[in-house]
Design a protein around this ligand. Structure first.
Ligand SMILES: *Cc1c(COP(=O)(O)O)cnc(C)c1O
Length: 404
């Protein structure tokens, strides 16, 4: 008789977004005259930029001719894209990352979930609290976590690093030594960032204790302040302790198009084994490469027109972020984020829980956001609004919130 991977049974149901959907559907059914504005989603809404559409069309036409048809892509990605990434995202920032240290993929969610496979199940992970749920759940599936305590909403054998207002939502070095450290800056859900000096402390720490930092830089394009690192490889010593995950989803609207990449420097070793070799082996065995069409679209992101058009798209969302942040501040809320990230993290008023505020906001402003407690226990008492809506909806939502 077969057996299942019963680590899956340990996972508590992912109630967050299904509960939100249920509540919103019920509200809409009961109030057909009200229009609900959704500022809860972590998905982009602007269409793909013209330069990307042109690249997609061009690549599709190539696929239709024998001379320019492309079959299986190279496992690690096409040279044209890896070279563009190495130049624009690393060399131009003074970071030493070679094209063959870049692994092109179908997205950062997939990579952040899959990367744990190349590590022993004995490794202990450290995560921020609140956190993007993929990091923990994929380690649960692999059997790297102990048991879940529904009361504390925490797993045994996982090191939680609370990110609270006292530290501007930055984690502090953990007391217990982890093997794998997940960091995401600019952060989802809090919108917080850390300075280059702060990130350097993490790199120094990881090198000292022999840990690997898995650095999720999905929101790098939203950085507006000077002292915020765009990549962990700006830090000295990161080549021996860091893996970086990047995505084309948030900077270029590829959430439905799918493209990302992971950087594993060849200096990152366990004894004399390069993690690069393990990940290359995994890609070669389990992955047949991101589609040619998508990789050509990814290349267009780095063209001069691409940079110009995408800067405008990011600015559009960041203008929404400003509308949300300033609107909330005018209405007397305590807010953070929204400066280097498309997320605004607000403290719920009058000691409401995150879910109480969700209900209150839905009932009184007909606006949907995401309860902070859904991202971890330290998110209780907080609420996330995203800047990914349309400008018109964002303005209308804030008008309603101000009137509450
Ligand atoms: C949106 C997001 C990603 C991007 O995932 P893709 O699979 O590339 O779409 C990665 N990490 C975080 C924290 C995100 O919010």
């Amino acid at each position: 008789m077969f057996k299942i991977n019963d680590n899956y049974l340990k996972l508590p149901g992912s109630y967050l977004f299904s509960t939100i959907a249920k509540k919103v559907n019920a509200f809409e059914a009961a109030n057909p005259d009200k229009t609900v504005i959704r500022l809860g989603i972590g998905d982009v809404t602007q269409p793909l930029a013209p330069v990307i559409i042109d690249a997609l069309h061009g690549a599709v036409d190539e696929m239709g001719k024998a001379e320019t048809f492309h079959g299986y892509a190279p496992d690690l990605g096409y040279e044209f894209l890896r070279t563009a990434i190495a130049k624009n995202d690393y060399a131009d920032r003074g970071c030493e990352i070679a094209a063959d240290e870049i692994f092109v993929s179908d997205g950062a969610k997939c990579d952040s979930g899959n990367i744990q496979e190349i590590f022993s199940v004995d490794n202990k992970i450290a995560v921020c609290d609140p956190v993007y749920p993929v990091y923990v759940d994929t380690n649960v599936m692999a059997g790297r976590t102990g048991t879940y305590d529904p009361k504390t909403e925490m797993w045994s054998d996982v090191i939680y690093m609370p990110c609270t207002a006292e530290t501007d939502f930055a984690p502090e070095l953990p007391k217990e030594t982890p093997d794998l450290i997940y960091l995401c800056f600019p952060n989802n859900p809090t919108g917080a960032t850390i300075t280059k000096a702060q990130l350097q402390e993490w790199v120094d720490y990881a090198n000292k204790v022999g840990a690997v930092i898995i650095y999720d830089a999905a929101y790098e394009a939203y950085i507006s302040e000077a002292d915020v690192p765009h990549t962990i490889f700006e830090c000295e010593g990161a080549r021996t302790c860091a893996i970086e995950l990047k995505s084309f989803s948030k900077n270029a609207g590829f959430t439905g198009t799918r493209l990302g990449y992971t950087v594993i420097p060849k200096d990152l070793k366990c004894g004399d084994v390069m993690l690069h070799s393990l990940w290359a082996r995994r890609h070669g065995t389990k992955y047949n490469g991101a589609p040619y069409i998508q990789q050509r679209a990814g290349e267009a992101v780095y063209s001069p027109e691409g940079k110009e058009q995408l800067a405008k798209q990011v600015a559009y969302y960041m203008n929404n972020a400003k509308v949300i942040k300033e609107g909330l501040q005018e209405a007397g809320y305590t807010v953070s984020g929204g400066v280097n990230a498309p997320y605004i993290w607000l403290k719920t008023p009058d000691g409401m829980t995150s879910w109480e505020f969700f209900d209150y906001l839905l009932a009184n402003a007909n606006v949907v956001g995401t309860p902070g407690s859904g991202f971890g226990p330290s998110g209780e008492g907080y609420f996330r609004l995203t800047a990914f809506g349309t400008y018109e909806n964002t303005v209308a939502a804030l008008e309603r919130i101000k009137k509450m």
